[in-house]
Design a protein around this ligand. Structure first.
Ligand code: NAD
Length: 435
């Protein structure tokens, strides 16, 4: 479980109630809870969407789609009911931020769901947690029940004449249902496999109705934006990247944890100053900057701002905000192998390039790591990964291919060191240590 950490460089907006007992509704109310929802009821949908657009908030799940714009895409008139769906299926390796929100500030998720519902004219919201977060479901269920008891959910919320229901649900432990269309299939009680997009959920979503689906951090940020004002929130971040974000810094750092930093915060400073640098005087070898699907960076590439645009310029992605720090003791071929094993295991098997591609990559890298490969196998691995890119129903195929291409490109020398029966040089080091 990620522990609560703190650093003077943090700007606490989304995390300001962590550790403050805000899972209890009365404490949440004391800490300005449900004020934003009341303002949203009074001022109406256009105001909410204008504030969200002004905030520059971009989807915190990983893709960075502008939230206000997404909400504005939902048609005003619809024959089918509209829905809000909170994606709490946080499963990207290296990512453990939404978990803290559910644990410490569940009402922020509920209030954000309600605000999104008011913005698009929905009467119902679903909060979907990953299967492994079943124990957090109890916290969410209690928070939802308390909100009903106060009249903040249900019929005639806040005495406004508006009705809004919230339902909680968990998955069964599949990474794939973190993809929004697979999540909707799962919620509808079907096998969690992706749908073809377009149509996007904003137009045809849950049960065929227009649906706003947002990551839990995105949704939980909405009340803060309405309280502080969209423009003030935007100013905390960089151009086109408003506000702050929860970054999970893990791996070889002195102080791993989830830190709330302004968008655009320098990655090198985040590792060396906020998270305390590499333990034991070891050298930094690599950084996976935004969850396991984002291409790796070399030490000389980390002097870069943590926002969607600067990371794209650096040839990688901000992704889900999970920064994984790797020191010199790690074999990058083994790291690549662990990564691809995850995607092979989690591929839902719905489309061939992903199902077969991840399996072939796993087999090829396993053989290479054990010393059973020759020079041309390295190119074959890269060729295979490149041919998966853009050819799958959902981004899982790309998520497996992108880091693989990055590892081969930037650590080719380490792949070469394993060839022709040599096997893993790091394995011998480890054995020597054990002896
Ligand atoms: P995407 O770019 O396809 O879509 C992002 C969002 O914008 C979606 O909600 C989509 O419906 C919406 N959208 C895009 N174009 C639209 C349009 N024209 N009209 C209406 N809505 C539109 O990305 P994605 O497939 O949702 O997500 C991929 C990202 O997920 C990756 O970048 C990765 O970082 C991240 N990810 C996160 C986790 C996690 O645990 N947080 C796990 C796996 C992957």
């Amino acid at each position: 479980m990620p522990r609560l950490v703190s650093h003077p460089d943090e700007v606490k907006i989304i995390s300001r109630r962590f550790g403050q007992g805000a899972a209890e509704i009365d404490r949440y109310i004391e800490l300005d809870g449900y004020k934003a929802a009341q303002a949203a009821i009074e001022k109406g949908p256009e105001w909410i969407i204008a504030e969200m657009k002004a905030s520059g908030l971009r989807g915190r799940g990983g893709a960075g789609f502008p939230t206000g714009m997404k909400w504005s895409f939902v048609p005003k008139q619809s024959e089918k009911p509209k829905y809000v769906l909170v994606n709490g299926d946080e499963s990207e390796p290296g990512t453990c931020k939404d978990h803290l929100i559910f644990l410490h500030d569940p009402h922020a998720v509920i209030e954000g769901t309600l605000i999104a519902g008011l913005a698009i004219g929905a009467k119902m919201g679903f909060i979907y947690l990953r299967g492994e977060y079943r124990y957090l479901l109890k916290i969410m269920e209690k928070a939802v029940a308390d909100a009903y008891a106060k009249g903040f959910l249900g019929k005639n919320i806040f005495g406004s004449g508006i009705d809004f229901e919230v339902v909680t649900q968990t998955g069964a432990g599949a990474y794939e249902v973190g993809e929004e269309s697979a999540l909707m299939e799962s919620l509808e009680g079907k096998r969690g496999v992706p749908r073809i997009k377009p149509p996007f959920p904003a137009v045809v979503g849950l049960y065929g109705g227009p649906t706003v689906i947002n990551n839990a951090e995105t949704i939980a940020t909405a009340p803060h934006i309405l309280l502080m004002g969209g423009e003030a929130y935007a100013k905390v971040g960089t151009e086109r990247n408003g506000g702050t974000r929860l970054f999970g810094i893990s791996g070889h750092v002195e102080r791993p944890g989830v830190y709330e930093l302004p968008m655009g915060f320098n990655l090198k400073r985040a590792i060396y100053e906020v998270a305390g640098g590499i333990p034991g005087g070891k050298k930094l070898k690599a950084v996976v900057p935004g969850g396991s699907s984002t291409p790796v960076l070399l030490p000389e590439e980390i002097d870069v701002g943590l926002d969607f645009d600067q990371m794209a310029k650096a040839g990688t992605m901000l992704g889900s905000g999970g920064v994984v720090v790797i020191d010199e003791s790690v074999c990058m071929v083994e790291f690549a192998l662990r990564t691809i094993k995850f995607y092979q295991h989690e591929s839902c098997g719905w489309c061939i390039p992903c199902r077969e591609g991840t399996d072939w990559l796993k087999k090829s890298i396993t053989r290479l790591h054990a010393g059973g490969a020759v020079d041309k196998d390295i190119d074959n691995i890269r060729y295979l990964a490149e041919n998966m890119m853009g050819r799958t129903f959902c981004p899982l195929g790309d998520a497996a291919a992108m880091p693989t291409i990055g590892f081969v490109k930037k650590f080719r020398h380490e792949f070469e060191e394993h060839l022709n029966g040599k096997g893993c040089p790091y394995e011998h080091q480890r054995e020597a240590v054990l002896v």
